[in-house]
Ligand binder design. Structure first.
Ligand code: PGA
Length: 257
């Protein structure tokens, strides 16, 4: 169980189900998870199902304390003729407390840019959601020595125009693209280095209080056997987990790491 003295930044373990699980699957997952968790202490949990399973997940997680349901994306407009899109107020009305913004799969496959990330964060905060904002470099960028420059660009453009108060309603996730779904995790030291850069940027843009309170999750092949080492780093405040979050017992283990 979490024993670190980091009361000002309680870790969050967030499950990103991506395009997996129906509403019925979500119900079964939560039944199993509730069994596995019992009353033992654990980290704060976020689960991001596909849109069609949000209602079932909200219902199933209703009595779980320290638990939030998230959307995996939201449009920056509240409503309108935008076929296929879902807005932040719609997610809030469906019972979500969080929304993932700017995941690298959105950036890579769906044309997401730093500018659209910025607009989506604004929409999320306006709707009262916590924005879980993802940043991270590709393998080519890392090998070209551009990691810090990429993180700086994504952070500065993503949070452009936000006040410190608003930044406190965000959670950041560092997800090196080369570590996502590849089984290739960043070492705790590599991740810590990037997290320290991001905390420095939070200080520059938002000031000391934001730097102190902003939770920065690590994502990319997080598993029960590597999470403890990651959480031991001073600037790593949780995990954003894809593959390993699909199994309720594994997710329960992560929540207790
Ligand atoms: P992974 O995905 O844990 O399967 O690597 C992480 C993510 O994309 O958020």
């Amino acid at each position: 169980m979490p024993s670190r003295d980091r009361h000002h930044r309680r870790p969050i373990i967030a499950a990103n189900w991506k395009m997996h699980k129906t509403g019925a699957d979500a119900g079964a997952f939560f039944a199993e998870l509730i069994q596995a968790l019992g009353n033992e202490p654990r980290h704060f949990a976020v689960v991001a199902p596909p849109f069609t399973a949000i209602a079932a997940a909200v219902e199933a997680a209703r009595d779980l304390p320290d638990f939030a349901i998230a959307g995996q994306n939201c449009d920056w407009r509240a409503s309108g003729a935008f076929t296929g899109e879902v807005s932040a107020p719609m997610l809030a009305a469906a019972g979500c407390g969080y929304v993932i913004i700017g995941h690298s799969e959105r950036r890579q496959f769906f044309g997401e840019t730093d500018e659209s990330v910025n607009r989506r964060i604004r929409a999320a905060l306006d709707a009262g959601l916590v924005a879980l904002v993802c940043v991270g470099e590709t393998l080519a960028e890392r090998e070209a020595g551009q990691t810090e420059a990429v993180l700086t660009r994504q952070f500065e453009r993503g949070f452009h125009g936000f006040s410190s108060e608003e930044m406190l309603h965000c959670v950041l996730a560092y997800e090196p693209v080369w570590a996502i779904g590849t089984g290739r995790t960043a070492t705790p030291e590599m991740a810590q280095q990037a997290h320290a850069v991001l905390r420095g940027l939070a200080h520059q843009l938002g000031g000391g209080e934001v730097a102190h309170h902003l939770r920065i999750l690590y994502g990319g092949s997080v598993k029960p056997d590597n999470l403890t080492g990651l959480l031991a780093q001073p600037d790593i405040d949780g995990g954003l987990v894809g593959g390993a979050s699909l199994d309720a017992n594994t997710f329960a283990k992560l929540l207790r790491s």
